[in-house]
Design a protein around this ligand. Sequence first.
Ligand code: ADP
Length: 171
Amino acid sequence: MKNEIKFMVADITTLEVDAIVNAANKTLLGGGGVDGAIHAAAGPKLLEECKKLGGCETGQAKITGGYDLPAKYIIHTVGPVYTGSSRDAAELYSCYYGSLDLAAENDVHSIAFPGISTGVYGYPKPEAATIAVKAVVNWLDAHKDYGMQVNIVCFSNDDYKIYEQVVRGKR
Ligand code: ADP
Protein backbone atom coordinates (compact mmCIF):
# COMPACT_ATOMS: atom_id res chain seq x y z
CA MET A 1 0.00 0.00 0.00
CA LYS A 2 1.20 3.50 -0.82
CA ASN A 3 1.17 6.59 1.33
CA GLU A 4 -1.64 8.84 0.17
CA ILE A 5 -3.47 12.02 1.14
CA LYS A 6 -7.03 12.63 -0.06
CA PHE A 7 -9.51 15.44 0.50
CA MET A 8 -13.25 14.88 0.61
CA VAL A 9 -16.56 16.29 1.76
CA ALA A 10 -18.23 13.77 4.07
CA ASP A 11 -19.74 12.96 7.44
CA ILE A 12 -16.74 11.38 9.15
CA THR A 13 -18.90 8.94 11.13
CA THR A 14 -19.86 7.10 7.92
CA LEU A 15 -16.36 6.33 6.66
CA GLU A 16 -15.05 2.79 6.32
CA VAL A 17 -11.48 3.36 7.44
CA ASP A 18 -9.28 1.77 10.09
CA ALA A 19 -9.54 4.86 12.31
CA ILE A 20 -11.35 8.17 12.45
CA VAL A 21 -10.03 11.06 14.49
CA ASN A 22 -12.27 12.85 16.96
CA ALA A 23 -11.83 16.53 17.81
CA ALA A 24 -12.48 15.88 21.49
CA ASN A 25 -12.25 18.05 24.59
CA LYS A 26 -9.96 17.40 27.56
CA THR A 27 -12.54 15.33 29.47
CA LEU A 28 -12.96 12.88 26.54
CA LEU A 29 -16.55 12.50 27.75
CA GLY A 30 -18.25 13.82 24.63
CA GLY A 31 -19.46 17.24 23.55
CA GLY A 32 -20.98 19.01 20.56
CA GLY A 33 -19.91 19.16 16.93
CA VAL A 34 -18.02 16.24 15.49
CA ASP A 35 -17.48 14.82 19.00
CA GLY A 36 -21.23 14.60 19.61
CA ALA A 37 -21.80 13.06 16.17
CA ILE A 38 -19.13 10.41 16.80
CA HIS A 39 -20.48 9.47 20.24
CA ALA A 40 -24.03 9.30 18.86
CA ALA A 41 -22.98 7.05 15.98
CA ALA A 42 -20.60 4.84 17.99
CA GLY A 43 -23.13 4.19 20.76
CA PRO A 44 -22.98 4.27 24.58
CA LYS A 45 -20.11 1.78 24.95
CA LEU A 46 -17.76 4.44 23.63
CA LEU A 47 -18.49 6.66 26.64
CA GLU A 48 -17.86 3.72 28.97
CA GLU A 49 -14.38 3.24 27.50
CA CYS A 50 -13.67 6.99 27.45
CA LYS A 51 -14.48 7.23 31.18
CA LYS A 52 -11.53 4.93 31.88
CA LEU A 53 -9.02 7.08 29.99
CA GLY A 54 -8.71 9.88 32.53
CA GLY A 55 -9.01 12.71 30.02
CA CYS A 56 -6.39 13.98 27.58
CA GLU A 57 -4.13 17.04 27.37
CA THR A 58 -4.26 19.55 24.52
CA GLY A 59 -2.14 18.37 21.59
CA GLN A 60 -2.20 14.73 22.77
CA ALA A 61 -4.21 11.73 21.53
CA LYS A 62 -5.77 8.54 22.93
CA ILE A 63 -7.32 5.58 21.13
CA THR A 64 -10.55 3.62 21.69
CA GLY A 65 -12.61 1.11 19.80
CA GLY A 66 -15.05 2.29 17.16
CA TYR A 67 -18.03 0.27 18.45
CA ASP A 68 -21.04 0.84 16.16
CA LEU A 69 -19.01 2.88 13.65
CA PRO A 70 -17.72 1.33 10.43
CA ALA A 71 -14.25 2.43 11.64
CA LYS A 72 -12.33 -0.01 13.85
CA TYR A 73 -10.80 2.69 16.06
CA ILE A 74 -11.40 6.24 17.17
CA ILE A 75 -8.38 8.41 17.93
CA HIS A 76 -9.43 11.20 20.28
CA THR A 77 -7.25 14.26 20.11
CA VAL A 78 -7.70 17.58 21.89
CA GLY A 79 -7.12 20.62 19.71
CA PRO A 80 -6.19 24.02 21.10
CA VAL A 81 -8.84 26.61 21.86
CA TYR A 82 -7.68 29.38 19.52
CA THR A 83 -6.06 32.31 21.31
CA GLY A 84 -3.75 33.70 18.62
CA SER A 85 -0.59 32.71 20.47
CA SER A 86 2.19 30.78 18.71
CA ARG A 87 1.45 27.81 20.96
CA ASP A 88 -1.83 27.19 19.13
CA ALA A 89 -0.05 26.18 15.93
CA ALA A 90 2.37 23.83 17.71
CA GLU A 91 -0.49 22.16 19.56
CA LEU A 92 -2.63 21.77 16.45
CA TYR A 93 0.35 20.33 14.53
CA SER A 94 0.92 17.88 17.36
CA CYS A 95 -2.73 16.73 17.19
CA TYR A 96 -2.28 15.63 13.57
CA TYR A 97 1.26 14.28 13.89
CA GLY A 98 0.64 12.50 17.19
CA SER A 99 -2.61 10.97 15.95
CA LEU A 100 -0.70 9.49 13.00
CA ASP A 101 1.98 8.12 15.37
CA LEU A 102 -0.70 6.53 17.54
CA ALA A 103 -2.44 5.16 14.45
CA ALA A 104 0.75 3.50 13.22
CA GLU A 105 1.39 1.99 16.67
CA ASN A 106 -2.00 0.29 16.26
CA ASP A 107 -1.37 -0.94 12.71
CA VAL A 108 -3.84 1.55 11.24
CA HIS A 109 -3.34 2.06 7.50
CA SER A 110 -6.33 4.27 6.68
CA ILE A 111 -7.36 7.25 8.76
CA ALA A 112 -9.77 10.19 8.50
CA PHE A 113 -9.31 13.60 10.11
CA PRO A 114 -11.92 16.33 10.68
CA GLY A 115 -10.90 19.99 10.84
CA ILE A 116 -9.62 19.88 14.41
CA SER A 117 -10.26 23.10 16.39
CA THR A 118 -12.07 24.78 13.46
CA GLY A 119 -15.53 24.65 15.04
CA VAL A 120 -16.32 25.81 18.57
CA TYR A 121 -12.57 26.11 19.33
CA GLY A 122 -12.39 28.97 16.83
CA TYR A 123 -9.19 28.24 14.88
CA PRO A 124 -9.26 30.24 11.62
CA LYS A 125 -9.87 27.66 8.92
CA PRO A 126 -7.20 28.65 6.36
CA GLU A 127 -4.48 28.63 9.04
CA ALA A 128 -5.74 25.36 10.48
CA ALA A 129 -5.84 23.75 7.03
CA THR A 130 -2.24 24.84 6.34
CA ILE A 131 -1.06 23.25 9.59
CA ALA A 132 -3.06 20.08 8.95
CA VAL A 133 -1.55 19.59 5.50
CA LYS A 134 1.97 20.36 6.73
CA ALA A 135 1.73 17.88 9.62
CA VAL A 136 0.30 15.10 7.44
CA VAL A 137 2.83 15.62 4.62
CA ASN A 138 5.73 15.72 7.11
CA TRP A 139 4.53 12.52 8.77
CA LEU A 140 4.13 10.73 5.44
CA ASP A 141 7.62 11.91 4.38
CA ALA A 142 9.08 10.58 7.62
CA HIS A 143 7.35 7.19 7.16
CA LYS A 144 7.73 6.64 3.42
CA ASP A 145 7.32 2.86 3.48
CA TYR A 146 4.50 2.62 6.00
CA GLY A 147 1.51 2.79 3.63
CA MET A 148 -0.90 5.23 5.27
CA GLN A 149 -4.00 6.50 3.50
CA VAL A 150 -4.92 9.83 5.01
CA ASN A 151 -8.37 11.29 4.38
CA ILE A 152 -8.89 14.94 5.21
CA VAL A 153 -12.62 15.29 5.76
CA CYS A 154 -14.43 18.55 5.15
CA PHE A 155 -17.95 19.05 6.41
CA SER A 156 -18.87 21.59 3.71
CA ASN A 157 -17.88 22.54 0.18
CA ASP A 158 -16.53 25.84 1.50
CA ASP A 159 -14.14 23.97 3.80
CA TYR A 160 -13.04 21.83 0.85
CA LYS A 161 -12.25 24.98 -1.16
CA ILE A 162 -10.00 26.19 1.65
CA TYR A 163 -7.92 23.00 1.44
CA GLU A 164 -7.83 23.30 -2.34
CA GLN A 165 -6.27 26.74 -1.99
CA VAL A 166 -3.76 25.48 0.57
CA VAL A 167 -2.68 22.61 -1.66
CA ARG A 168 -2.35 24.92 -4.68
CA GLY A 169 -0.09 27.15 -2.59
CA LYS A 170 -2.48 30.08 -2.60
CA ARG A 171 -2.65 30.27 1.19
P1 ADP B 1 -13.55 21.84 17.88
O1 ADP B 1 -14.14 21.90 19.26
O2 ADP B 1 -12.21 21.10 17.85
O3 ADP B 1 -13.51 23.17 17.21
P2 ADP B 1 -15.97 21.02 16.39
O4 ADP B 1 -16.60 19.69 16.49
O5 ADP B 1 -16.71 22.18 16.95
O6 ADP B 1 -14.51 20.84 17.08
O7 ADP B 1 -15.60 21.30 14.89
C1 ADP B 1 -14.53 20.70 14.21
C2 ADP B 1 -14.84 20.59 12.73
O8 ADP B 1 -15.59 19.39 12.51
C3 ADP B 1 -15.68 21.73 12.16
O9 ADP B 1 -15.04 22.20 10.98
C4 ADP B 1 -17.01 21.06 11.83
O10 ADP B 1 -17.61 21.62 10.66
C5 ADP B 1 -16.60 19.64 11.56
N1 ADP B 1 -17.65 18.61 11.74
C6 ADP B 1 -18.73 18.62 12.54
N2 ADP B 1 -19.43 17.48 12.43
C7 ADP B 1 -18.77 16.70 11.53
C8 ADP B 1 -18.97 15.40 10.96
N3 ADP B 1 -20.00 14.64 11.31
N4 ADP B 1 -18.07 14.94 10.04
C9 ADP B 1 -17.00 15.69 9.68
N5 ADP B 1 -16.75 16.91 10.18
C10 ADP B 1 -17.62 17.42 11.08
